[in-house]
Design a protein around this ligand. Structure first.
Ligand code: C2E
Ligand code: CA
Ligand code: CA
Ligand code: CA
Length: 282
């Protein structure tokens, strides 16, 4: 029946089969990869624009596949997004972030703040807050060392629930960043209702900010608005000294990008911290 709803056609669309097959294959591989320890976390530094001091790191997931090499997170996280395997992988990421943060603190980064990306499904998982509390107890690290990065998409998927979860985690000390700001559809009115601490300007605006007038204007008005709301603004994807200077001059608080450092692989973190941070490299 032709008019029986367009959605029926989608079910039999060959691309859909491919996607589902791909996802099922990936789910099996993720389970294996967790057992075989193929995942790791790369940590990308975030620096205060004013004095170039380290504020903390964003934790970025890495998958070193034995046959396919390094698989970028953009290639598997979106596919896993509605799968329970994303929850499991997310738990692994959170636990590893606590372990690494414990090491940072032990190394002398006593105020370090680690930003953890949470997908919509992870954020709306009813066990999230129990899991985080458990990690805080087990590693004896207060929640102030962690910032949870949510995208505008996560927030609009179930706004009332998202706000409730945010307040409950905020109450125990976690802070929140809105990631990829400017790329979604969230209205600015949401910001008022949510206990948000940080806004991250998406790197797509930063890349061409000095060549493209509208990107420049978007960034500058976002910074002004964020500061007016009393929040902290982070620019990601900062690759040049010229971008850094322009952002700093215009009151951006925190800088993240290749100009200072690419994400640092787990194995190189000790050396990175002792050589570049504790020695005042910046
Ligand atoms: P994102 O959260 O927007 O992370 C920032 C991305 O920009 C990272 O890509 C980072 O390596 C890249 N980046 C930072 N500075 C620069 C720069 O100066 N130039 C350029 N060209 N790129 C820069 P990455 O690590 O490939 O991660 C891609 C996305 O995968 C992330 O985007 C995030 O959405 C997702 N992701 C990564 N780790 C996790 C995780 O543990 N959980 C979840 N749910 N998502 C994650
Ligand atoms: Ca992020
Ligand atoms: Ca981002
Ligand atoms: Ca440098």
């Amino acid at each position: 029946a032709k008019n029986n709803g367009g959605s029926q056609y989608h079910v039999y669309h060959p691309d859909m089969f491919k996607r589902v097959a791909k996802r099922v294959e990936l789910e099996g591989e993720v389970r294996q990869a967790l057992l075989k320890k193929q995942f790791s976390i790369a940590m990308q530094p975030q620096l205060a624009a004013k004095d170039k001091k380290l504020i903390g790191f964003e934790a970025l997931l890495r998958w070193e596949h034995p046959d396919r090499g390094m698989i970028p997170p953009d290639e598997f996280i979106p596919i896993l997004e509605n799968s329970e395997y994303m929850i499991e992988l997310g738990y692994w990421v959170m636990r590893r972030c606590f372990e690494l943060t414990a090491e940072f603190i032990e190394q002398g980064l006593v105020d370090v703040r680690v930003a953890i990306n949470l997908s919509a499904m992870q954020f709306l998982d009813p066990h999230l807050s129990d899991y985080l509390r458990q990690l805080m107890r087990r590693f004896n690290i207060p929640a102030k060392h962690f910032e949870l990065e949510l995208t505008e998409q996560t927030l609009v998927s179930d706004i009332d629930k998202a706000i409730n979860v945010m307040y409950s985690l905020k109450n125990i000390g976690f802070s929140f960043a809105i990631d990829d700001f400017g790329t979604g559809y969230s209205s600015l009115a949401y910001l008022k209702k949510m206990p948000v601490d940080v806004i991250k300007i998406d790197k797509s605006f930063v890349f061409g900010m000095l060549e493209n007038h509208s990107d420049y204007q978007i960034i500058m008005s976002t910074i002004a608005m964020v500061k007016n709301l009393g929040l902290i603004v982070v620019a990601e994807g900062v690759e040049s000294g010229a971008q850094l200077r322009s952002l700093t001059m215009n009151d951006c608080d925190i800088i993240q990008g290749y100009y200072f450092s690419k994400p640092v692989p787990e194995k190189e973190l000790n050396e990175f911290i002792s050589e570049k941070i504790l020695d005042g490299y910046w």
